[in-house]
Each structure stands twice: as C-alpha cells, then as structure tokens.
Design a protein around this ligand. Structure first.
Ligand code: SER
Length: 591
C-alpha cells in the first residue's frame, strides 16, 4: 500500500460514515501561547471540542501535519519521528465509545487486514476522578480480544491531555500492533519500551477541561478525538520493521547513500536516519505558509537546533553539509503533490537553509575545537560546567542540546542548571523559546482571550489601513494578559503610524460594533475581501468573522460578541521579529 492509498482509504472510510473532511491546519498554531507546533490533529479543533459549533458538522476527519520534539532523542530508532502525519477522526458531541471503537476495529481488521491476534489495547484503570473504563474494555472483548490483549493502565499511560496546563482531556484507549517478538519479561506490555508493541492509534474520550487552577470540569459535550500515525501504519502494513524502509524515506535515504558513496565516506546508520528524518521536519517547518526562519526563540529555535544538528552530523562524517539543500529538494519534490505549500515556498526553504548553513559554518569549526578542548579538560567528574556550555551557545551558536550531544558522545554530561543560570543572567532573549514549550499546552480559552483575539483582528485591519496591503499575518499568540501579533513589513513602524493604528482600533471599540459570524466557502470569503491563511483544498465551509468597517477574516474563533467588550486598546511594544517581519504586543481593558 502506498502512502497516498492509505491517506485516501482512511479519509474515505470516515467520509462513508458521515464525517466531513477538513484541511490540514498550519504547523504553527494560531492564538495558542503554550504550544510551538501543532502536535496533534486536535489542536486546531480546541474551540469545537469546548463546544463551539464547527461549520462542517459534528463528525470530522483529516490528515494533519504534526511536529513533536519531545521524542527527539528517540529519533534514529525504528519508529519515532519529529514530523509525522496524523490521520484523525472526531466526534464533537456525537458518537462516543461504542461507535468509535467499533469503527477503529472495522478499519484495522477489515481494511488494513491486521490479524486480531496482532492487536493489543490499553484502557484506563481508573482513579479518584474517573472510574475504570470497563465500558471500553467490554467493547474490545465483544470484538474478540482476549484478556491478555487488553491492558489496564493509570493516568500516566491512559489519559490524554491537556497538551499543557489547560484544555480538553480525557481517558483514552490506545491501540498497539504486536511486532511478534517475544515478551522481554513476564510483565512486558504496551507500556514497555522494548519494541514489541508499537502504538498505532489513540482514541481519546474527551469529557473534561482542565482549568488553570488544576481542577477538572465537565465539557459541554462528550467528544472523541483520535489520531493514527501514518508512518507507523504504512510500515506495519507493508511488513517493514522501520519507517525508513517505507516509500516516505526511501528516496531521501537513497540520495544520502549516493552522497556518502560519492564522497567516499561513511556515516553510521543512526546518523543517516537522523539526517533524513530532521531534513523532512525542517523542510515542512520552512515550507509552512507562516514562513518561520531560524532564530534564537520559539519555533525558530527548534528549527535552528534541528538544522545545526544535521550540519554537525555531516561534519562528523567529513562531508560538506551543503548537501542539506539537495536532500531538502528530494522532500519538496516527493511531498509537493500532497502538500503544495512545499512547492510554493521552495525558494524560501532553500534560501533559509543556505543562509543558516553559511552562518553556522563560520563558527562551527572553531566552536568544535573549543568544545573538544573543554571536554578534554573535564576528565574528572565528567561534567561540563554551565558557564562553558553557555559560552559555546553565546559565542559559537551551539544550541544547548547540541553541546549535550557532543558531551554524551564522550561519555560526559553538561551542568544544565549552571547553563540556565548563565542564560537567565543574559536573558534579553526568551528562555521560553530555547527550552520551555516543547511539550506544549493549550491556550486558556476564556472570555478574555476571546476579546484579545478580536483585538488582534482589529489590529490586523488597522495595520493594513495605515501601512497598506503589504501587511499580512505571520503569527499570533495570545495569553490572558496580552496579544502578540507578527506581520510582514519591511521596516520599523513609526510612532505616528502606531498612534494611528491604535486610534483606529479604539474608534472601533468606542463604536461598540457587533462582531458578525458567517459560514461560507473560502472562495466566497476571499471574494468578499476576507484575509486569513487557509490552506484547504476541499471546498469546505469556513467561518468568517466580520467587524463591519474594520475587519473581515477567515478564522475559527471564538471572539467577543461586540467590540465594546474590549474597553480600550494599547500597543505596548513594536519590534523586529525576523527579517521582514515585525512584532506588536498590545493589551486591552486599559482605563
Ligand atoms: N490527541 C491524541 C493524541 O495525540 C489523539 O489524536 O494521541
């Protein structure tokens, strides 16, 4: 089965069962201050899981591109990837456990033809908040799964979400494929890391919202959120043992082999895998319509860290890392038919890779020399002190994870606390960007964030009025205290221009304008002058929020009902974000 056959089979299966297909959202989540990347298909659906009406209905399906960095140290093994495609289906207050498990079982056994005895599932064992999921267990049994194929686990394993501090969550039932190896010990089960069990699908029964104070409240509706890993299913279906032997990685792995042969060098298999896997991830991040560049904060930092890791692995093998662009081209060509944004942004992708290569190769050699010297000096104790690790970061551009890896190769560790202490001392750069937010979390979805979201639309509209159509959104991030808006613009915005922008937004607030929500096709929305990034290709219906006279945007919401709720608006900062992109921070409710 090809990847495309699997994509089509999955989506069609759910469409035939009443689901509407929706488009993959951007890899960079909008309006979500606590996640750097879209890590699951449910991220763009949070407002709907919380009870907002989705324009496509209560049953949805899609293929979402995802980036997860928490498993980065696992990359190079058979199954873990930092980028992957997640096949998903959702019930927004519609079907629940019985139908969800039944559809999964049908798809796995009748469409993917997985033999019953190769399946293993986990169910929630219960705790003080939620009882054991005997219902899910009973459903699996009714389909013929034996007791030794069903495992009960607690909150550590069988509870999904929220992705961060707050947001929708619930107990889940995870579905594993048994690779057929013997158990590594009598207690071996899906929670064991020995490789016998590979997780392929997760059905989450989302019934709760975790609040900022740590309490759980019942959601307005009972939802199902599922996610299946395309790479893993493709591997298993085609009888392979690792993702690199599937069509998704064969072309790039082959190109790398050719490079290695031509250069008459050698690269360990694990390093080859890491180079290819990371190249795919950075190509997708750079290819996203949000146009993120390598930097020292947030998503840009992750990008930088991945690129620099590839460069070093090439360097370690004595091969010019400039080949990175060649590898990235393989990914662009291969994925472009499914993700056209890679083709549309190919120039940007390759230019950014070249720039980062040029920048890093200037300091890499000297940095490596220094790093080796530091590491050779620490034979006793085996720990590189934080100050030296910070020096490598600050002077030679070595991401801390990169230094850790270098140290580990020699059997040493880095004093991370010492590094962060130094880092804090020098922080005019955001620490959050360099370290936090990797595991992510979901935004507070309260009335205040909805108001700030409306302020963001007004700001976007006002900027376009004052600065012209060159302004287009590059990112948005809202906490309950402030909004942050990134937009394309080639120079600093003057004080006078900012005052004009502020005045327009305050005028809209003063006029107490109703915020109008409509549903329409993206084509109609654009014809009516709406702005907003929409990468869908399926002619689906989108939500459009209009603030007459001020703004019209394609957007999932939620928003304030009337601009008067914002009370007042004030810009607190305007600065450069990256080349050609400016950043504004602003607050509302100022008296
Ligand atoms: N949100 C769940 C997960 O990421 C199901 O997609 O596993």
């Amino acid at each position: 089965m090809t990847a495309n056959e699997l994509r089509t089979m999955y989506v069609n299966f759910f469409k035939e069962r009443g689901h509407k297909e929706i488009a993959s959202a951007s890899l960079l989540p909008e309006n979500d201050p606590t996640v750097l990347f879209t890590t699951a298909g449910m991220h763009p659906l949070v407002p709907y899981l919380l009870g907002e009406k989705h324009p496509s209905g209560k049953r949805l399906t899609d293929i979402q591109k995802c980036v997860r960095t928490e498993d980065i140290d696992e990359v190079g093994d058979d199954t873990h990837c930092t980028f992957f495609e997640m096949l998903g289906n959702w019930s927004l207050g519609d079907y629940f456990k019985q139908e969800s498990i039944s559809m999964s079982f049908d798809f796995l056994t009748n469409y993917l033809h997985i033999p019953l005895e190769r399946l293993a599932v986990t169910v929630f064992a219960g705790d003080e908040l939620v009882p054991a999921d005997v219902e899910a267990e009973g459903i699996w049994k009714s389909f013929g799964l034996k007791s030794d194929q069903i495992f009960r686990y607690g909150r550590d394993n069988n509870w999904w979400g929220p992705a961060g501090q707050t947001g929708p969550c619930g107990s889940d039932t995870e579905i594993f494929y048994d690779m057929g190896k013997p158990k590594c010990n009598p207690n071996c089960g899906p929670a064991c890391q020995c490789g016998k069990y590979v997780e392929i699908w997760n059905n989450v029964f989302m019934q709760f919202n975790k609040e900022a104070d740590g309490s759980f409240t019942a959601l307005k509706q009972k939802n199902v959120d599922t996610g299946m890993g395309l790479e893993r299913v493709l591997t298993i279906f085609n009888g392979k043992t690792n993702v690199y032997d599937t069509e998704l990685f064969i072309p790039i792995m082959q190109t790398l082999e050719e490079i290695v042969e031509k250069e008459e060098k050698d690269i360990p298999e694990r390093d080859k895998r890491i180079i290819c896997e990371h190249t795919r991830t950075i190509t997708f991040i750079l290819g996203d319509p949000m146009k993120i560049s390598p930097s020292n904060t947030e998503q840009g930092y992750v990008l930088r860290r991945l690129i620099r890791r590839i460069i070093r692995l090439f360097k370690k093998a004595g091969i010019n890392a400039n080949y990175l662009c060649k590898l990235s081209r393989v990914i662009i060509e291969q994925y472009e038919p499914v993700y056209p944004e890679l083709g549309e942004n190919s120039e940007f992708i390759l230019e950014q890779l070249q720039k980062e290569y040029d920048l890093f190769s200037k300091t890499l050699d000297e940095g490596l020399k220094k790093a080796n010297r530091y590491l050779d000096d620490i034979r006793q104790g085996g720990v590189l002190n934080g100050e030296l690790a910070f020096k490598l970061y600050d002077t030679y551009g070595f991401p801390i994870e990169f230094t850790s890896e270098l140290a580990l190769e020699k059997g040493y560790q880095v004093d991370m606390d010492g590094f962060w202490k130094k880092f804090e001392e020098h922080r005019n750069k955001s620490r959050q960007g360099a370290a936090g937010k990797f595991t992510g979390g979901l935004a507070d979805n309260n009335e205040q964030t909805a108001r700030l979201h409306t302020a963001t639309h007004l700001l976007n509209g006002a900027l376009r009025k004052v600065l012209g159509d060159e302004v287009s959104q590059r990112g948005s991030n809202i906490t309950s205290e402030r909004l942050r808006f990134d937009f394309s613009f080639g120079r600093k915005v003057t004080k006078e221009e900012l005052e004009k922008v502020e005045a327009i937004v305050n005028e809209a607030i003063g006029k107490k304008v109703d915020v109008i929500l409509e549903e329409m096709t993206p084509k109609k929305a654009y014809e009516e002058g709406a702005v907003g990034v929409f990468s869908g290709k399926y002619g689906e219906i989108v939500k459009v929020y209009t603030i007459p006279g001020y703004s019209k945007e394609i957007c999932g919401g939620p928003h304030a009902k009337n601009t008067g709720e914002l009370v007042s608006f004030k810009i607190i900062k305007e600065q450069a974000s990256s080349a050609g992109v400016r950043r504004i921070k602003a607050v509302i409710d100022v008296q």
